[in-house]
Design a protein around this ligand. Structure first.
Ligand code: KG4
Ligand code: ZN
Length: 333
């Protein structure tokens, strides 16, 4: 079964063809990062207009790369939430039009659930077993930080979430504060490379007791005080970035490992844009009590492949009519 996956929830116009939920036949992504970079963040109106320009060429390229004619597509899957209402509408409208014209089922996909499914996708020459249930998923993106227990396809329960900033959002704000550009995650990781964090910059970690929730706003404020020189001379940018990254990674990895032990799961899945972060991947691999699944870096940030993969396992539940609306505030479960 070949599914066309379409994703426009934020600033990536993306489409992919995935076979049987696991085999990647094509994966096309038009990033708007450079466009939004000059504003230091995603401008929703600008993003929606850019999706309109990019969506047709991106979908066409995804079909061409997969050497797939429209008749060979079995279903059209699309992100309907969460995300920016105006950008979600572009992908949803196109998906509806294609499903109608091709007379194929339309499948509504939850963007957060789909991030987890990046761990089901196999790359050419890199065959691997699918993750075993029950599993614990950590979804760390620009808008969300969720810890979910997954007992089967469609059987998700949220165990924890961020109480303020998402992990990716914290990276983006940090990068802006330190003058490192947008998107912030890769910029912070790059500048922190090779710095030994405990070198003197001490930053707080919000453990929140026994809770599975997260909080990153206190950390952000602490860095603000440091950078403004309110605690003596401001440390070098690279050291501050490294100490910040260290604090975020430490909390994410420790709380995820603890929740995995408590829930007695068989695997831990890392996913979402922040899952591309090297120190997070390494630290969680060391601390997780069970095997850790991590998607290839290119499938961590937003893409259509994860939408096509998720849709395969959620085909019946996700089947939608042409009256499907966007759900900007949709939770993971
Ligand atoms: O999942 P994603 O592409 O979009 C959302 O669904 O939000 O995640 C984007 C987020 C951004 O905040 C970006 O700064 C962060 O993922 N990110 C990273 C890295 N690459 C992307 N954060 C830390 N380290 C990275 N290497
Ligand atoms: Zn995302």
């Amino acid at each position: 079964m070949k599914i066309l996956g379409i994703e426009t929830s934020c600033d990536e116009t993306a489409a992919a063809v995935v076979e049987d939920g696991r085999r990647l036949l094509s994966n096309v992504i038009a990033s708007q990062a450079a466009l939004h970079g000059r504003y230091g963040g995603v401008v929703p109106e600008v993003a929606a207009r850019q999706h309109l320009l990019a969506i047709s060429p991106v979908v066409r390229a995804a079909l061409q790369e997969a050497r797939c004619r429209p008749q060979e597509i079995d279903a059209v899957a699309v992100t309907y939430g969460p995300g920016l209402a105006g950008t979600l509408l572009v992908g949803l409208s196109v998906a509806k039009a294609l499903a109608y014209a091709w007379e194929k089922p339309l499948v509504a996909v939850n963007h957060l659930e789909a991030h987890l499914y990046a761990n089901w996708i196999e790359e050419e020459g890199n065959e691997r077993e699918p993750p075993p249930f029950p599993l614990l998923g950590l979804i760390v993106s620009g808008g969300h930080t969720d810890l979910v227990l997954m007992e089967g396809h469609g059987k998700l329960r949220r165990l924890g979430r961020t109480r303020d900033d998402a992990a990716g959002e914290a990276f983006d704000k940090m990068a802006r504060l330190l003058g490192l550009g947008f998107p912030g995650g890769p910029a912070v990781e790059r500048v922190a490379l090779g710095v030994n964090p405990p070198a003197g910059v001490k930053l707080p970690r919000a453990w929140l007791g026994e809770s599975n929730d997260f909080s990153f706003s206190g950390l952000k404020t602490a860095v603000l005080h440091l950078v403004r020189g309110e605690r003596g001379p401001a440390p070098p940018v690279a050291e501050t970035a490294a100490a910040f990254q260290d604090a975020v990674v430490d909390v994410l990895a420790a709380k995820t490992a603890r929740a995995a032990r408590r829930a007695n799961v068989r695997a831990v899945l890392l996913s979402g844009g922040v899952a591309a972060n090297g120190p997070l991947r390494d630290t969680l691999a060391q601390r997780a009590p069970v095997p850790l699944f991590v998607p290839p870096r290119a499938l961590c940030t937003d893409n259509g492949a994860m939408i096509g993969a998720c849709a395969y396992y959620r085909l019946e539940a996700g089947r939608a009519g042409l009256d499907l609306d966007v759900a900007p505030g949709l939770p993971v479960a």
